[in-house]
Design a protein around this ligand. Structure first.
Ligand code: 5AD
Ligand code: SF4
Length: 444
């Protein structure tokens, strides 16, 4: 395509967290509404949106190499838009370094993509990294089709300012979407085919809003209302901060059947000095206390977390405290990362950055412990009966894949279809998935 023509096909490539996946899907819908079609598999697109993630290592370099790869054999490039958190943080530099990028659009501004495309098609280069007061959500098209599982962003941004993290700078302050908009979007998603909705937010449990009676409610109140939607079978939420785990939300785990028994509650480290240096504003003990309460409310809850090893100044003994915390919790699954300095964050300029080799060794030890616990958790579900929401076909004929209430992948043979809720007995466990036999199929 010559750069001064309107694009006919698009491709959106999303990296990073589920919120980026949600944003990427919304951008795709926005483009489709403009009459731009998804590029067929294997074919070049006229317009490529790189929806970037900035949270960990070498994010910017990755973007430049992705941009380089988009160059075609004849030397031309598609119309390239860089979106997401790298765009927000390093937009100007991207424009200066990568002439083939025609648009830079931040996570709060992507509803303006259609106008930007018009300008870019006329040969101008446009940047929009504003964080406008009006919400992008109002400007996005309605969703007409949904798979059995859907994401719904209820909250964005973060005010916590953990010292290693870029999110407060790239996504801005905590903002909750209005209650009425969320109920409406959830109903529409269910009408469009969703049977499970995962509520998303950088600090999803900080969500707050006003219900139809004018009362201020928290995430638990929202979940309670969503649970009233008859054809919605399952509700999940992610990611939470320990400080926003209210008694109401903890209790909700014991009271709302549709709220799945799974909690992702990042802790990052097990040592209080490190947690303080991270500005986490909770201790190892207060974190464990919350988990104890959640387990009292919902004994079978599967726990998940995030960890960072090698935060500046972390000693061997302090790292051992992380392993102790892992042993005390018995996680069902976790994400763990080596600390990586993000420019502009306080930790990036802290003394005593931990050598890479030390971080590597700590990460290996931590992941060995987490893998051991994940396998133990999976093994403990063998013999249990539970429902699985059918998400897609498996590799073998007649085989289906879905998720257990505890977010494990389950494969089984059945006469089923996508969107069915199948009652199964778990018969085998591997490190990353379960096998099951079907007891009953409840049609979608
Ligand atoms: N280095 C390593 N990991 C990080 N995370 C966030 N910032 C950094 C960083 N600078 C991890 C945290 C967070 C998850 C989404 O990414 O564990 O919970
Ligand atoms: Fe980043 Fe901390 Fe906010 Fe999570 S709570 S997004 S780690 S600043």
């Amino acid at each position: 395509m010559h750069p001064t023509q309107t694009p006919k096909t698009y491709r959106v490539k999303s990296f990073g967290c589920q919120m980026n996946v949600y944003d990427g899907d919304r951008m795709a819908e926005l483009l489709a509404e403009q009459g731009i079609a998804p590029a067929p598999e294997g074919e070049d697109a006229d317009l490529v949106v790189l929806n970037t993630c900035h949270i960990r290592e070498k994010a910017a370099e990755k973007v430049y190499s992705d941009i380089g790869r988009l160059k075609r054999e004849d030397g031309s490039s598609p119309l390239i838009a860089v979106a997401g958190c790298v765009a927000q943080a390093e937009g100007e530099e991207i424009m200066a370094r990568a002439p083939s990028v025609k648009m830079v659009v931040g996570p709060q501004a992507y509803h303006r993509l259609p106008d930007m495309i018009r300008e870019a098609s006329e040969g101008r280069r446009v940047t929009d990294t504003d964080m406008p007061a009006e919400t992008k959500f109002d400007a996005l098209p309605r969703r007409r089709r949904s798979g059995p599982t859907a994401f719904l962003t209820v909250q964005e941004g973060c005010d916590k300012f953990c010292t290693y993290c870029v999110v407060p700078y790239t996504r801005g302050a905590e903002v909750s979407r209005p209650h009425a908009d969320l109920i409406e979007e959830a109903k529409r998603l269910v009408e469009a085919g969703a049977r499970e909705i995962t509520l998303l937010g950088q600090n999803v449990n900080a969500w707050t809003g006003e219900n139809a009676r004018g009362q201020t409610i928290g995430l638990d109140g929202l979940i309670r209302e969503l649970a009233q939607i008859a054809d919605l079978a399952r509700i999940r939420y992610t990611t939470s901060h320990p400080n926003d785990m209210t008694p109401g939300l903890i209790a909700a785990h014991g009271e709302i059947d549709k709220l799945m028994p799974f909690l992702h509650l990042p802790v990052q480290a097990g040592n209080d000095r490190v947690l303080k240096a991270m500005n986490r504003s909770h201790s190892a003990e207060s974190y464990l206390k919350i988990l104890e309460q959640v387990r009292a409310a919902r004994p079978d809850i599967a726990l998940s977390g995030d960890f960072i090893v090698g935060f500046p100044g972390e000693t061997d003994a302090e790292f051992e405290d992380t392993l102790k915390l892992v042993d005390a919790v018995g996680y069902a699954q976790c994400f763990s990362f080596k600390y990586s300095p993000r420019p502009g964050t306080p930790a990036a300029t802290m003394d005593e950055q931990v050598p890479l080799a030390v971080m590597d060794e700590r990460l290996q030890r931590l992941q060995a412990a987490l893998n051991r616990d994940q396998y133990a958790f999976n093994t403990a579900t063998v013999g249990k009966t539970c429902t699985v929401l059918v998400e897609r076909k498996g590799k073998l004929p007649g085989q289906w894949l879905g998720k257990s209430p505890w977010l494990q992948s389950v494969h089984f043979e059945a006469d089923a279809q996508v969107g069915d809720l199948v009652e199964v007995e778990i018969t085998s466990a591997g490190p990353n998935s379960l096998g099951a036999v079907v007891r009953m199929v409840a049609a979608a």
